[in-house]
Design a binder for this molecule. Sequence first.
Ligand code: COA
Length: 261
Amino acid sequence: MADLANIRVEWDVDLAIVTVDRQEKLNALNAEVVREIGEVFTSLRDDDTVRGVILTGAGQKAFVAGADIGELATMNSVTGVRVSRDGQDVFRAIERFPKPVLAAVGGYALGGGCELALACHMRIASDKARFGLPEVGLGIIPGYGGTIRLARLIGLGRAIELTLTGDMIDASRAYALGLVSSVVAPDALMDEAKVLLRKVTKNGPLAIRMALESIYRGLDTATAEALDFESSLFGLLASTDDMREGMEAFLEKRKPDFKGQ
Ligand code: COA
């Protein structure tokens, strides 16, 4: 991985812990941070030793406090499209990442930070987390997929209310809305993130990858086509060593040893 100014990557055996670290600006996403997040995920995607990724923010205050408003303030209608597209491309790569990505949100997840968490496959929060899409208060809209992903996750009416009010909500409200799957004490956040992700990564890696592909394809296609796709992936998995290993292990009453083959 090339030298990164704003991202730290650490390892917990086969989990990569990716930390956005620009604490003096509450980890706000300028163009460089967005580009570096993209580079990190490209590199982790191609690394067979990585089974899952935890994405988090440095410091006690913020996951990511949004796109960098200083930078946004200089955009015009041409560069604005580019800013949005660049962010969308990176966030889409996270959503399409072939291994599970879990957002561990310990503080402000606002604007682009909330959208970043939405692009991850799963989200957990500490009780210090705060979520919101304050863009309309700045005269813009969420431009990194927030107008699409939030409604899919928590439903149209609630997403519209959050987007149009720009309200900031606390972790318990985020839990009630289904924006995060659990809320834990700040000290427990990273441990809980690892526990949850390991519950996923102990399963067959190809099965995890194809489950994600099928779920996301299903969101974008008509039911009949989505079901065809699911059947194709189901059939494909039937030809893998992982399937044989998973079923043999069950029948032999032992833990499976998946190789991702
Ligand atoms: N873009 C650029 N800088 C940001 C930022 C953002 N999205 N969010 C925070 N910062 C900067 C602040 O400007 C400040 O920098 P400074 O010390 O050079 O003045 C620093 O981070 C610390 O933030 P500060 O506002 O002093 O912290 P706070 O605890 O008083 O408030 C927030 C925290 C998150 C409520 C507040 O920073 C905020 O509202 N940020 C913007 C959130 C937002 O609108 N995001 C969506 C952008 S599209």
